[in-house]
Write a protein that binds this ligand. Structure first.
Ligand SMILES: Nc1nc2c(ncn2[C@@H]2O[C@H](COP(=O)(O)OP(=O)(O)O)[C@@H](O)[C@H]2O)c(=O)[nH]1
Ligand SMILES: [Mg+2]
Ligand SMILES: [Zn+2]
Length: 333
């Protein structure tokens, strides 16, 4: 007996489940796992206050159980938050299955270090990462090829696309049309929204002009929203931000470079705490394209974690002096 049968035998309604595709103010749009009467695919839902009290925040990508369904009105309430497999921080997207990093070949000029940072953030999610070279129409083929070779040496197989000519779009769609949620990220102005418009039929996302400082934010994508790319495949546009943060812990940095992982596949470095900075017996070495980014990133993170240790408040003494100390603290409320 399936879950539905069991629920019926116990006299309960089988739980209707769906996936949150958008959130705005107190409402969320939920796409139903099984279409409702009349083939209804989406419901506009409120969130039960007890969900909020329990501290459960619902994000786009979450699977939820619905109650109080009003089919004719297309309304319901989210009663349950189902367990998630992952949660991206910025933007918040639950249950993401792959990340697509988009970098333009021109307008704006590609910045390899910026691309690298996006890739590190994407790798930090633990999900598979795809690289897209957008605006391929703006550069000659040899320039495209040299970027392709370079990023291949980083461990990726980039797809060049152009929404202007349509080149590469079918190939990209094929690669992304897998079950699950793909999140598109990258600097602002590289053509993420244009790409989604080209990939998802009947979508009309706002596309910005490449904005100068003053116009930044006027045409940006403000909310994360999931769109159907293929049966079972969803894709999210995200607001552009230009310098993603590295993960806090310097120890996780090496694992975010496919080049390092590849070098260590045949065996470890001589010292188990090797930082891969030209140390004796290091298998990774320093003769690889992104080594300077790795070394700088490591230094940046080590400095930040040392600074964090220094400014960490001293353990307050116990007893009366502790109370006094607390009174001296400024009231931040
Ligand atoms: N030449 C060219 N321009 C593009 C292409 N894709 C997008 N653009 C332009 O790039 C600008 C920024 O696009 P948009 O999709 O808003 O970028 P987003 O900020 O990454 O979402 C717009 O003016 C688009 O018309 C492309 O393939 N070729
Ligand atoms: Mg956009
Ligand atoms: Zn090493």
């Amino acid at each position: 007996m399936g879950a539905e049968g069991e629920a019926r035998a116990e006299g309960r309604q089988p739980m209707v489940q769906g996936l949150v595709t958008a959130i705005q103010a107190n409402f969320c749009q939920v796409s139903l796992e099984i279409p409702g009467p009349g083939g209804l695919e989406q419901l506009l839902c409120t969130r039960r206050s007890r969900l909020g009290q329990a501290g459960a925040r619902i994000h786009v990508g979450d699977r939820v159980g619905l109650e109080g369904i009003d089919w004719p009105a297309g309304r319901a309430a989210v009663g349950d938050l189902l367990p998630r497999t992952s949660l991206l921080g910025r933007p918040p997207v639950a249950n993401c299955d792959r990340i697509v990093v988009v970098i333009a070949m021109a307008e704006p000029e590609p910045d390899p270090e910026q691309l690298s940072r996006f890739l590190l953030t994407a790798e930090h999610s633990g999900q598979p990462v795809e690289v897209v070279f957008s605006k391929a129409d703006l550069v000659p083929p040899d320039q495209l090829e040299s970027w392709r070779q370079r990023v291949r040496s980083w461990g990726y197989d980039p797809i060049a696309v152009s929404t202007a000519s349509g080149d590469g779009l079918a190939h990209l769609k094929e690669r992304l049309a897998q079950r699950g949620i793909a999140v598109v990220c990258g600097p602002s102005g590289v053509g993420k929204s244009s790409l989604l418009n080209a990939l998802v039929p009947a979508l009309a996302l706002r596309v910005g002009t490449v904005s100068g400082r003053l116009r930044r934010g006027r045409h940006t994508t403000r909310h994360v929203e999931l769109f159907p790319l293929a049966p079972g495949a969803l894709i999210a546009d995200t607001p552009g931000f230009n310098r993603p943060e590295l993960p806090r812990d310097p120890a996780v940095l090496p694992a975010l470079f496919p080049e390092i992982a590849a070098a260590l596949r045949d065996g470890p470095c001589r010292f188990s705490n090797c930082r891969h900075r030209g140390d004796p017996g290091c298998r990774v070495g320093t003769a690889w394209d992104r080594y300077p980014y790795y070394a700088e990133g490591l230094a940046e993170l080590q400095l930040a974690s040392a600074a964090a240790l220094e400014t960490r408040p001293q353990r307050p003494p116990s007893g009366p002096s502790r109370r006094r100390q607390r009174q001296q603290e400024p009231d931040l409320g």
